[in-house]
Ligand binder design. Sequence first.
Ligand code: DX5
Ligand code: ZN
Length: 222
Amino acid sequence: MTDDIIIAPSILASDFARLGDEVAAIDRAGADWIHLDVMDGHFVPNLTFGPPIIKALRGVTNKLFDAHLMVSNPDALLDAYADAGSEIITVHAEACPHLDRTLSRIRELGCKAGVSLNPHTPASVLQHVLDRLDLILVMTVNPGFGGQSFIAPMIDKIASIRDMIADRNIIIEVDGGVTAETAPLVAAAGARALVAGSAVFRGDGEAAYRANIDAIRSAASS
Ligand code: DX5
Ligand code: ZN
């Protein structure tokens, strides 16, 4: 595995009336992963989609599906998210009273296991599950909505997570307010996978999306 920056457009910012076409467009435009924001209207005050939509999109692209479960009880549907074609399943530490068990189950299902941390959640909650983890998703906004402003103190948190994981093979992913301006800051702190919604789905279709993805990637790689 190289250390190249991974760009994961969040389809939350796409045109839901043309969802399949939008996913095909970001695939052709150079997305590395497809970030799937699952919201239950309970853990977060917004509601999006679940396994049937993910399964339908699986026929549109071969890019890796990065499912971010912003739900109160992720354990209830882990099998369904795996069956739908998610390759990474990320749960929120705040929603998992038995996080160690949840992460083990995700790996048993043949998926990569991720944990996301809300801005106020300390990185230390992961200290004793690091060997069950493939990815740590650092929220740089409060989850629930696209288009919010980047929370700058999260840069120090990213750096402390990088130190905590040391030489383990764990990807640090960042989600919320990622733009060509904030991408270099998070990449310098140790983030490798960058989720971006509104900064990618801006403008009209594939050519605009390609320019947006390229701008974030080159800013992060510089
Ligand atoms: C927020 C979601 C994000 C969101 C990011 O709850 O997890 O993935 O789509 O949107 P932007 O990039 O617009 O901040
Ligand atoms: Zn997300």
